[in-house]
Design a protein around this ligand. Structure first.
Ligand code: P6P
Length: 342
């Protein structure tokens, strides 16, 4: 009997060509966009992976529009994504957590039909302590007839996203992607320098015994948030009749990747400390792309009241509360908020 040859690895390039040619899910511009973003993420992975040897740890000594001190790698990652995407002719404009306003495509290059918005290095406060960080991106269509997209062109509800993904720079570098037809995971094969398909149609279990939240904010939470977490902490003898485990990496990409991989819930609720800002996490380049990925994997993503993907943005850097992950738990905690009418 001849030994069965192992299945040939499917590269990201082949996956995207088959999505375009065989399924008609994407066109050549969107295929190019994803390939370019993936290549930029490989470059970011190399810089992140160099750590202290790369001279890119620590603060850049500047602040972004959020008033957050920028890390050198925040700035570098942003520049890598801008340079990679400016010349290809697939984008009409870009926007980033690290830039006040949208970045126009230079007039010397052709424009395309897509808008790319991203958090170039999410969780960057973890870089100096060698904890996983990541890049989050969201793809929208540029509204018809808009030649020079400004902020207004980006202000589309998350349901309008045509693709979303993240790269997680952890023990391995992975790219997790949805084109609106399921969630697929690719692992970077460093020897050949390609992302290889290592997970198809990822699915989040509807139930979980694991939650992720920053417990240090407990005293600032609204009543339904306290009720939900108190019930989890009460364990077997409490109203839930089961013990729950907690994780909090303080890197959204790492926490969400764990949930995509084995289930769980991630919550960054509104609290008294951040009520005036509307929340901690940004709608356009954190909540929306992650919400699309989570829903495509069978999970749920709300702001405590309604689907995150149905929120019509009022500004590019708008913040929202985020509840996402295993469907039955997000359904419960959202019901508690609705019942409390907060
Ligand atoms: P806290 C990172 O700064 C981030 O935007 C997310 O990646 C992460 O989930 C959250 O903030 C952590 O916030 O308040 O726990 O530091």
């Amino acid at each position: 009997m001849t030994a069965k040859s192992p299945r040939k690895p499917i590269s990201l390039t082949r996956f995207l060509i088959e999505e375009q040619r065989d399924k008609g899910h994407i066109n050549s511009d969107l295929r190019l966009l994803i390939e370019v973003v993936a290549r930029a993420c490989k470059r970011i992975a190399i810089s992140v992976g160099r750590g202290a040897l790369g001279g890119v740890l620590g603060s850049a000594g500047t602040e972004n529009v959020q008033g957050e001190v920028q890390k050198k790698l925040d700035v570098l990652s942003n520049e890598i994504l801008l340079e990679a995407n400016e010349w290809g002719g697939h984008l009409a404009a870009l926007a980033s957590e690290e830039m006040d306003d949208p970045h126009p495509i230079p007039h010397r290059y052709p424009k395309g039909e897509y808008l790319l918005v991203f958090d170039p290095l999410d969780g960057s406060s973890n870089i100096d302590v060698n904890i996983s960080v990541g890049t989050i991106f969201s793809v929208l269509r540029c509204p018809a007839g808009v030649k020079d997209p400004d902020e207004k062109a980006f202000l589309q509800a998350g349901v309008k996203q045509v693709a979303a993904g993240y790269a997680v720079y952890g023990s391995s570098t992975m790219l997790v992607l949805t084109l609106g037809d399921g969630v697929h995971a690719f692992t970077l094969d460093r020897e050949i320098g390609s992302f290889v398909l290592t997970g198809s149609d990822l699915t989040i279990p509807e139930d979980t015994r694991e939650f992720a939240i920053n417990m240090s904010n407990l005293r600032h939470w609204q009543a339904p948030m306290r009720r939900y977490i108190d019930e989890l902490l009460a364990g077997k003898t409490g109203p839930r009749g089961a013990d729950f485990n907690m994780r909090w990496v303080a890197s959204m990409v790492a926490d969400v990747h764990r949930i995509i991989t084995r289930g769980g819930i991630f919550i960054y609720p509104i609290d008294a400390k951040i009520a005036d800002k509307g929340g901690k996490l940004r709608l356009m380049y954190e909540a929306n792309p992650m919400a699309m990925i989570v829903e495509q994997a069978g999970g749920m993503a709300t702001d405590g009241h309604g689907r995150i993907l149905e929120i019509v943005p009022k500004s590019l850097h708008q913040r929202v509360p985020v509840f996402l992950g295993s469907k039955n738990e997000i359904d419960r905690v959202t019901r508690y908020h609705r019942e409390a009418k907060v």
